[in-house]
Design a protein around this ligand. Structure first.
Ligand code: ADP
Ligand code: MG
Length: 266
């Protein structure tokens, strides 16, 4: 990949991979998302930051087509992606997600079968996408786990016997096994020991560097966003209150809420 392509998100916007607009979602009286718009360019890492309850996980669930908003439009610039994805039925959603989107949840129980082997968890994802050869399943699962820096001596261990950091690596392997166009990460290191957190972030950074996977990473931790993201969106009460390049937003926050968030962490 040429240097020009690598700089594309910042210097040559071209066509975005992901375009979300006008997304609103209420749960009873709670307005979890209010008229949210996002644009993500190929190869870019977009960070989403905001205090607990600001709508970050709801937004990521929308991007993974797990939930449908009351209003809104979601497009991915992929050959197999037809128009507004929120209009797709359950089966078409599942197919598109299996092929194009990977997700890592904060809670490994949401992403993994805790009693199945680690390699089986990854193979299951490949099976959904139609891989039927046992040898290829095993080889590709192993490859994805290796790329996630999971110890191959533990391929057969179930996630319930693994540490939190290792569980996140299995989730990551599962998420990247099909080389998704879009990788979604919801607080992938929250709750891990600080040293383990740094190791998992290193793996994510390396994967991003080597494969240029387009990522949307959610965290309430500004440090994580600073380490990972090119651009950041700041959410509050279900709305985007500020966005920009990470350095710019953290050095010179414009919105009073972002100023508070940044200064609270200094
Ligand atoms: N399935 C749901 N049912 C009811 N309320 C929900 C649901 N999901 C999220 N909420 C509410 O929406 C708001 C945003 O939640 P969430 O997206 O989880 O925030 P964050 O991830 O930023 O902490 C919160 O007030 C939360 O209680
Ligand atoms: Mg959340």
């Amino acid at each position: 990949m040429s240097a020009m392509q690598r700089l594309a998100p910042v210097l040559m916007p071209g066509a975005p991979l992901l375009t979300l607009s006008g997304v609103s979602r209420r749960y009873g009286a709670v307005r979890a998302l209010q008229d949210v718009a996002l644009t993500v360019w190929p190869g870019e890492v977009l960070g989403i930051v905001g205090e607990s309850g600001s709508g970050k996980s709801t937004l990521l669930r929308m991007l993974n087509l797990e939930d449908t908003p009351d209003a809104g439009d979601y497009r991915l610039a992929l050959p197999e992606s037809p128009g507004n994805l929120f209009a797709l039925g359950r089966f078409a959603r599942r197919q598109l997600c299996a092929r194009a989107i990977g997700i890592v949840y904060q809670n490994p129980h949401l992403g993994l079968l805790m009693a199945h082997s680690s390699s089986g968890n990854v193979a299951e994802r490949l099976l959904i996408a139609g891989e039927r050869s046992f040898a290829r399943l095993r080889a590709r699962a192993r490859e994805a786990l290796e790329a996630s820096e999971f110890p191959l001596s533990r391929l057969d261990d179930p996630p319930r016997d693994l540490s939190g950091g290792m569980q996140q690596r299995v989730q990551l392997a599962k998420a990247i096994a099909l080389e998704p166009a879009l990788l979604l990460l919801d607080e992938p290191t929250t709750g891990l020991d600080v040293s383990v957190q740094a190791l998992v972030l290193d793996t994510l950074k390396r994967l991003q560097r080597d494969r240029r996977i387009t990522m949307v990473i959610v965290s309430h931790d500004l440090g994580v966003i600073r380490t990972m993201a090119d651009r950041v969106v700041v959410m509050r009460h279900g709305r985007v209150v500020e966005e920009g390049l990470v350095d710019q937003v953290f050095q010179d926050p414009q919105h009073p809420y972002t100023q508070e968030l940044v200064h609270a962490k200094l």
